[in-house]
Unconditional design. Structure first.
Length: 709
């Protein structure tokens, strides 16, 4: 969202006082500041998010504007893919420099409703069918496009597999057997599963009720799972869908990604924050591409007046050559890649945007301005359709009140201390006890009422308690095959203090930090450091796994209220064991945290099974593709995992009236309410305009975000 404000020569009355955090600037008698800081206001407490400062001086510091000048801005496709507004149906090519069509397709009927067949479950146990002797199971999977570069099945170990009447060779313990591509055909494909003589295997079955609860759009689909008790002579439909999935490596028909906002009005090499008004004309675009027969790449653009896209201020997507509206200096391009052949993709390497720009002369009064210092935050966007909970949801409000969470975190001197106090409190609410007698809802109050749960419930309770206090948090989990194969669920929180996502384990009451800085780390940072130390340039694989217990020197573990991060060698412990950070080899995420607003979709018995297809899966050079065979949503785009929150981006443009500057702001903040201003520390109030004149500048002008709560 983008907002436009103006600095003029009169000031509104300001009443409410408030403390703040931010950078410190020192002034002389000839220098004053316009200090713009974004903070969060949460009923009596605030947190610094981002700050930008513009200072005024009698010294001449302005760069001369060019009256008419051509502009050329080139973006490598890889940079636009990562730093832009999102990517759907495309991926970064293996060379790391270009963008191609996404190439993963999952074919399944069971994914939304599959559960756990864990022997520990007494209630909520998922259905299974036994395959043995003459009892065999058939799964019918429909393929619209059978052509692929490779194909793998996801089936239980120990089974014999036939595809369209032909047996496939596989090791008995293979869970992801490769399928010869010549066996696949357009339309229905029959996969028949049988057991070697004298053996039996249970296969999981998703009940229609559970499938439709999570995916109501599948209502009316035909049954595609069958069972035979006479070796396949006669078949009858099952009351559910067996867990048999086909994962194809084939290019998508279509995909697109959106670049970051480009300032067409800024001259090459201009690094300042003060800009001059411009008129943009004659936009053109040139791309470095490779477009094989049957493929294409098309471009559209949109323009706007502010540095952060806002649907109310920017144009819709339109042709590249269309006229640019007056006052629009920012542009984004969208590249749409298409292919009629699943084996072939177009490739985009870089895009150059050119425009003729007419700049107004810098006004004489602007010679008194200079930039003393500023900081403009980067906003990173996820492609994930992540659904955020409303902090004002009645259940969150009630949770905060019932458990007196403000008292739990009272007296904290920093945001991080609040997070630690709350984590310690959650840890003490019940003893670890797996919910075998009945799986609780994703509801912190219910969990703390029954006082039962394992790591999943600790992560949920901590997440929702954080949300009740106005923090954005999410549910993440992972495991490390060959080292720490048992999985674990934890919480990540957006920290305004550290300006990043940080991982908190409420079950074990710990976090991991950098030993040099003591700063807490996020799950992806932990994954990067751990896999680099354990595997070097190799992939996470059984053959490459570290054989002996060892630590990672740039990872430390802090327990309870500890904040001093010191590396500890696990081989010197009284009981040597793998450190807890060794778990984060394969990592996954729930793509939402609004479990009060929307009960479904949800995985069944999370933590006792990870076969649900709604999770998002992280994949990089260290994670073999085979580990994602059973999943649909796979990403290696870092911004998809570590997108930013509560950031403000701005620009400052010389106004047309003497002594005025136009300030334009934008943010991507869940539960955003409004911008507030504070002049000379006199108090915060909602802003319409920001009036500040050249002769009557206040010492400090602050702007922050108010979050609806």
């Amino acid at each position: 969202m983008g907002w436009r404000r103006r600095l003029t020569d009169s000031l509104p009355p300001l009443q409410q006082s408030a403390a703040h955090k931010g950078h410190t600037f020192y002034e002389s008698s000839r220098e004053k500041e316009v200090n713009r800081m974004a903070s969060l206001k949460r009923k009596g407490w605030m947190l610094a998010i981002a700050m930008a400062a513009v200072a005024v001086s009698t010294a001449w510091q302005c760069e001369a504007a060019e009256p008419v000048a051509p502009r050329e801005i080139t973006l490598p496709a890889a940079e636009a893919f990562e730093k832009g507004m999102g990517a759907w149906g495309v991926r970064l090519a293996d060379d790391g420099k270009s963008v191609v069509l996404y190439d993963r397709v999952l074919v399944e009927d069971d994914g939304p409703g599959i559960g756990s067949d864990s022997k520990w479950l007494k209630v909520d146990k998922g259905m299974t069918e036994e395959i043995s002797g003459s009892t065999v199971v058939k799964k019918v999977l429909y393929l619209e496009r059978p052509d692929a570069m490779s194909a793998r099945l996801y089936v239980p170990r120990g089974l014999r597999v036939e595809v369209n009447g032909s047996p496939i060779e596989k090791a008995d313990n293979a869970r992801y057997p490769e399928v010869p591509l010549v066996l696949l055909r357009k339309g229905d494909n029959e996969i028949v599963l049988s057991c070697p003589e004298g053996k039996s295997v249970h296969i999981k079955v998703a009940a229609p009720l559970h499938i439709l609860r999570n995916a109501p759009e599948r209502k009316g689909r035909p049954r595609r799972s069958y069972i035979s008790t006479d070796g396949g002579k006669k078949w009858k439909p099952l009351l559910g869908e067996v867990m048999v999935r086909l994962h194809l490596i084939q290019h998508a028909r279509k995909g697109h990604f959106i670049s970051q906002a480009i300032d067409l009005g800024k001259a090459a090499g201009h690094k300042g924050v003060l800009l001059w008004p411009v008129a943009v004309k004659g936009v053109s675009l040139e791309a470095d591409t490779e477009v094989p027969q049957g493929t294409s790449i098309e471009f559209t653009v949109r323009t706007g007046p502010c540095p952060v896209y806002d649907a109310g201020l920017w144009t819709d997507w339109h042709a590249v050559g269309d006229a640019v509206p007056q006052g629009h200096r920012y542009l984004q391009w969208k590249a749409t890649l298409q292919s009629t052949d699943p084996l072939v993709t177009p490739t985009l390497r870089k895009v150059t945007v050119a425009a003729d720009v007419s700049a107004e002369a810098v006004p004489a009064w602007a010679g008194k301005l200079k930039v003393a210092g500023f900081h403009n935050e980067e906003i990173r966007y996820t492609s994930m359709p992540f659904a955020n909970e409303d902090f004002k949801h009645p259940k969150l409000v009630a949770l905060r009140k019932k458990y007196k969470l403000d008292e739990v975190v009272a007296g904290s001197k920093t945001e991080f201390e609040k997070l630690l106090k709350l984590r310690n409190w959650v840890k003490k609410q019940w003893r670890y006890d797996a919910p075998t007698e009945g799986y609780p809802a994703w509801d912190a109050d219910e969990i703390m009422t029954v006082k039962q749960g394992f790591c999943v419930q600790y992560a949920i309770v901590y997440m929702q308690c954080l949300q009740s206090l106005g923090y954005n948090a999410r549910f993440v989990f992972g495991y490390h095959p060959g080292v720490m194969s048992t999985g674990h669920e934890v919480t990540e929180i957006w920290s305004n203090q550290f300006n990043r996502w940080i991982m908190m384990d409420a079950n074990a009451n710990l976090h991991h930090a950098d030993p040099e800085t003591d700063e807490p780390l996020g799950m992806l940072e932990i994954h990067d450091r751990m896999t680099r130390a354990y595997y070097g340039d190799e992939q996470i694989d059984w053959a490459n796994r570290p054989r002996n217990i060892r630590g990672v020197e740039n990872l430390a573990t802090c327990r309870r209220m500890e904040t001093d991060a010191e590396y500890s060698d696990p081989t010197t412990w009284k009981k040597p064991r793998w450190p807890r950070y060794a778990k984060w080899g394969m990592i996954r995420m729930m793509p939402r945290n609004n479990f009060y607003s929307e009960q479904y979709p949800l995985p069944r018995t999370q933590g006792l099974t990870w076969d649900w297809t709604g999770h998002w899966i992280w994949e990089d050079a260290k994670t073999p593709r085979s580990y994602a065979t059973r999943y649909r949503h796979i990403t290696g785009r870092r911004s998809d995992w570590v997108w930013t929150l509560n950031q403000v981006r701005f620009d400052a443009v010389y106004g047309k009236a003497s002594g005025t500057i136009d300030i334009q702001m934008g943010t991507q903040t869940p539960n955003f309410d409004t911008f507030l201003i504070n002049v000379d520390g006199k108090g915060w109030q909602a802003s319409g305009r920001l009036p500040v004149g050249i002769d009557g500048l206040p010492d400090h002008l602050q702007v922050r975000i108010d979050i609806a709560q």
